[in-house]
Write a protein that binds this ligand. Structure first.
Ligand SMILES: [Zn+2]
Length: 672
């Protein structure tokens, strides 16, 4: 692992790597990286862009290589030993990264270069890398005086403990509740598989009956299908009041403290609010822009959400509901309404989505749009025999990237789907390094009698990860630190989500989606049903997402701490989006892990932001043709090739000719 890789395209030598190699390799590579950083600090000539900024960006190349292999495999092909190694190296790696950001001499050199930025002759990407490097240090407290540095460290430490405690409390409260059903008629409405799961859960705890809890796979179907309204109310109240019971798991004080500390930290670093601090490195740029964004979508969707609400209310009344529709009724009646309006099952769709065909469809889309040719190469080493490695060529037959595809679930693989790389693209001083990208998913495997048939969601997942993959593969940047998917956090989902749009296009589906037995094309009516079902209650869902975004901003775009009760604070923040009567004792905030322990603070808006971007970008394809090469070229040149080399708004405008608007998303959701 310490030597340059000798295989095809210098791909990782998976076959020769043994578990016992990791620790010594990490130790040696960390030492080497330390030496490289020290060399920058000890440089006798004055700091300049090349000897400081570029040198730092390429330092630790060997360590990166080892880290990529280890952590990628720890997700896709892990075992107990790997997990122990992960525990062992984590503190070593964080020490190393602290040693860099806290190195005062190193920061002094970076600052010297940064302050001379105006005199330097730098291209856009170089200038971006310089700012990014400087900010990384400043945002970690490097420019503070010693007293403030100590304060900064204290705040950061307390915040990380509070975030952890917040999460532990939510977990404890989630696990504390059980709904044990002993009378079979209380199961009425629930699907067989859910009932079975509940029976097993009860057995596991040596109880008679059926056990439900607040975890998603149990809670969500219960609210959706259980006919017993009192029990739905009970489980809803339990879930919506988590960590708000005034006991040892209560999160109210923790929230007030987190908000206060984040504000203090932001002020220490020279910002007005925590949101302002966070948004400095986002496409959205300022809290004001986020407020305007959320309110604009809210104004557009509110009237439609009210209509959707009235429709469910009326449906429920006809179905015999007495009184007003409550929160615990929503999912239940919505599900009934939905299946009446657009009934189709996954089983109807799957026979048209055979994995091999879907792969062909995705590859031919890459060829139509970007002129890419993907060719399987069995001589490239893989870490599991299920993994397939491809060489990706452009129209001039130049190698663009290596792509690994790893589709099926294994015990050694975590759940979900993701794109990652073993090597990122860079081109420092003419040394062109092409990327090695990997897409990992958990799609249904083939059986003896049927090939692997995907659900519709799995097809959109494939397109999503492939979109991230294109961002990595097509990158044409200079520096590792600005290439590929190294972009602002609220921009990274544009390529992925935009490519999902093809899944709803008949012209694309027609190229590959044929019944695996009869060879017939997917029926147009079925495609239409899928499209319509996708938009079912789009406005209601949008209002809900917006209310989370607004609550997030209420906590984080403020110049004073939050004092007093959180319930009125929360109600005030989301008042305009709320369609239900308030429920006594329920509070969103105390279980809002996304913003208090999940890294989405002042960032919840990004879910909708990314949707606006992807719909707006795709609308160009809808206008010019979904296989239009000129539009694809522009998307490629202005966005996919550019990575994080420039501000995302500049890149986006270069593609679109203007800033994104929400018009296309509203249209797609049927809200205009
Ligand atoms: Zn994604």
């Amino acid at each position: 692992m310490l030597k340059p890789f000798q295989g095809i395209h210098q791909t990782a030598p998976f076959n020769s790597i043994k578990i016992e190699h990791y620790i010594p390799a990490f130790d040696a590579a960390i030492e080497e990286a330390r030496r490289e950083v020290l060399k920058i600090v000890d440089e006798s000539v004055p700091p300049d862009f090349a000897n400081t900024i570029v040198a730092l960006d390429v330092a630790g190349d060997q360590l990166n290589r080892i880290q990529n292999i280890f952590f990628n495999l720890n997700s896709a092909e892990t075992c107990d030993e790997m997990q122990n190694i992960a525990q062992e190296v984590a503190p070593k790696l964080s020490d190393f990264s602290n040693d860099i950001t806290l190195n005062e001499q190193l920061f002094f050199r970076i600052k010297t270069v940064y302050e001379r930025k105006a005199e330097l002759v730098l291209n856009t990407e170089e200038s971006t890398l310089l700012t990014k490097t400087y900010r990384r240090f400043v945002r970690n407290g490097a420019s503070l005086n010693d007293a403030d540095k100590a304060k900064y460290r204290e705040i950061t430490k307390e915040l990380s403990q509070l975030g952890l405690k917040f999460q532990q409390n939510v977990l404890a409260e989630t696990n504390a509740y059980e709904l044990l059903i002993t009378d079979e008629k209380d199961l009425s409405g629930l699907p067989e598989s859910i009932v079975e799961m509940a029976a097993q859960a009860a057995k596991l705890k040596e109880k008679e009956g059926w056990l439900f809890n607040l975890q998603y796979p149990s809670y969500v179907p219960f609210l959706k299908y259980a006919d017993n309204r009192e029990l739905r109310e009970q489980i809803f109240r339990a879930s919506s009041s988590r960590a708000n019971h005034g006991n040892e798991n209560d999160n109210n004080d923790i929230i007030r403290r987190i908000v206060e500390l984040r504000l203090e930290k932001a002020k220490l670093l020279g910002f007005r609010t925590h949101a302002e601090y966070k948004l400095e490195e986002r496409m959205a740029e300022t809290p004001e822009k986020v407020h305007v964004f959320l309110n604009e979508l809210h104004r557009a969707s509110k009237p439609f959400a009210m209509k959707e609400f009235a429709e469910v209310q009326e449906y429920a009344a006809n179905d015999g509901l007495d009184g007003t529709l409550q929160r615990w009724d929503w999912a239940y009646y919505s599900e009934k309404l939905k299946s009446e309006k657009y009934s189709f099952t996954e089983e109807e769709v799957k026979p048209y989505l055979q994995l091999e065909k879907v792969i062909e469809g995705v590859f031919s889309l890459a060829e139509k749009l970007y002129g890419l040719r993907l060719q399987k190469n069995k001589n490239i080493e893989v870490y599991n025999q299920e993994v397939k490695a491809y060489e990706v060529f452009d129209e001039q037959n130049q190698l663009v990237a290596v792509l690994y595809l790893d589709f099926f679930p294994r015990e050694s693989k975590r759940s979900g789907a993701w794109m990652t790389d073993y090597r990122s693209q860079s081109n420092v001083n003419g040394n062109q390094i092409r990327p090695h990208i990997s897409l990992v998913t958990n799609f249904s495997k083939s059986t003896e009698n049927t090939p692997s048939l995907l659900t519709f969601d799995e097809v959109t997942t494939f397109l999503h990860e492939f979109g991230h993959g294109l961002h990595g593969m097509l990158s044409q940047c200079q520096f590792p630190g600005t290439s590929g998917t190294n972009v602002y956090w609220d921009f990274v989902e544009l390529p992925s989500q935009m490519h999902e749009n093809w899944a709803y296009e008949k012209d694309w589906l027609d190229t590959f989606a044929v019944h695996y037995q009869t060879g017939e094309k997917m029926p147009a009516e079925l495609i239409e049903k899928i499209r319509k079902a996708q938009n079912f209650q789009a406005a209601y869902m949008m209002e809900r997402q917006l209310s989370f975004g607004m609550l997030d901003m209420a906590y984080h775009d403020r110049e004073l701490p939050v004092v007093g009760e959180l319930k009125p604070f929360e109600m005030n923040a989301i008042a305009t989006t709320d369609l239900f009567e308030p429920v006594e004792g329920s509070l969103q905030s105390t279980a809002f892990s996304h913003i208090f322990s999940g890294g989405y603070d002042a960032g919840y808006y990004s879910y909708k932001w990314a949707e606006v971007l992807d719909a707006d970008a795709f609308s160009v394809f809808q206008e010019k043709g979904i296989f239009d090469r000129e539009t694809a070229d522009s998307f490629r040149k202005n966005i996919l090739e550019k990575g994080g080399s420039d501000h995302p708004m500049i890149l986006y405008k270069a593609f679109r000719g203007q800033e994104p608007t929400s018009a296309a998303l509203l249209k797609r959701n049927g809200l205009s």
